[in-house]
Design a protein around this ligand. Structure first.
Ligand code: PAF
Length: 286
């Protein structure tokens, strides 16, 4: 069956009122790929009804970023949602989402200013603002976000906890190409040479993970060696950051310690901004 498409708040409210049982929600910016589809399958397993939003949120793009050229593939996205049995698509126009220029927005706090937040100032304020608005409008029981955007997921969990938003947040695993490249709507910007360079991100994470037992210094050194080589490729990888962080707070782990960690990397190939990460378990002895 085709999903119901709600383009206005009124259409969404009417569709929401018809939902019986529990509702799982997958917010997206469209240009859907297998990573999104796996979130939809997870949503299907988590609740009776599945809703997806498709909205390219201007607030989370900085000046000079790719808001204007961000891929918009609405018809294909609707087909993809239909293929996954999605019940409801919320696809608001900009003036439906933001009838007036918002004056009150979510402030992402110190976590929003480090790592990806330092590379993209203001990004997390805009992202959290739209996520909170979407959660308020859709009122799901469960919302599912990809683990590829690990800091985004951590910040959403933090916002939901700090602001008592009544929703359960679930992370969905990163889906990769057979050669390791993490799926991203932005991969379609890459030339074939650029795609080869971009593989350095996942290869660096693998090298870092392989060194996990040797502690933070060795992890960063192993990943750094792969990234250094990619910096001289054609086209080159321009590194934004490589960090080993605490998964919940995203504060850097520099000293040896035991417990979970995230090795996160971001860089640009040409004008394409790419991010990736891997979860690691650190041992005590280093
Ligand atoms: O991850 C995304 O696609 C976006 O950041 C989100 C969560 C849909 C908010 O615009």
């Amino acid at each position: 069956m085709k999903p119901v498409i709600a383009r206005t708040r009124e259409e969404l409210a009417a569709a929401r009122a018809r939902v019986a049982g529990t509702l799982a929600f997958v917010p997206t910016m469209g240009a859907l790929h297998e990573g999104h589809l796996s979130l939809m399958r997870q949503a299907r397993r988590s609740a009776d009804t599945v809703a997806v939003s498709i909205f390219v949120n201007p607030l989370q793009f900085g000046p000079g970023e790719d808001f204007d050229r961000y891929p918009r593939t609405f018809d294909a996205d609707v087909e993809a949602c239909a293929g996954e049995g999605v019940d409801l698509i919320f696809a608001p126009a900009r003036d439906v989402m933001y009838p007036a220029e918002p004056q009150v927005t979510v402030l992402s706090g110190p976590m929003g200013e480090i790592v990806e937040g330092a590379a993209r100032p203001g990004h997390f304020n805009g992202m959290l603002t739209v996520v909170l608005k979407l959660l308020n409008l859709v009122r799901p029981d469960v919302a599912i976000f990809g683990e590829k955007d690990a800091q985004q997921l951590a910040m959403i969990r933090r916002m939901v906890a700090d602001l008592d938003v009544p929703v359960r947040i679930i992370g969905g695993r990163t889906v990769r190409e057979p050669d390791g490249l993490a799926l991203s709507s932005r991969n379609r910007y890459l030339s074939s040479a650029g795609r080869k360079t971009a593989l350095a991100l996942s290869h660096a994470l693998r090298a870092g993970a392989d060194a996990a037992a040797e502690g933070p210094k060795a992890i960063l050194a192993a990943a750094g060696t792969v990234l250094d080589a990619a910096a001289t490729a054609d086209p080159p990888l321009v590194l934004d950051y490589l960090v080993l962080v605490d998964p919940a707070s995203f504060t850097p782990i520099t000293a040896p310690c035991a417990g979970p960690a995230v090795l996160a990397v971001a860089g640009r190939v040409g004008t394409t901004h790419l991010i990736d990460n891997v979860h690691l378990q650190l041992g005590k002895e280093h």
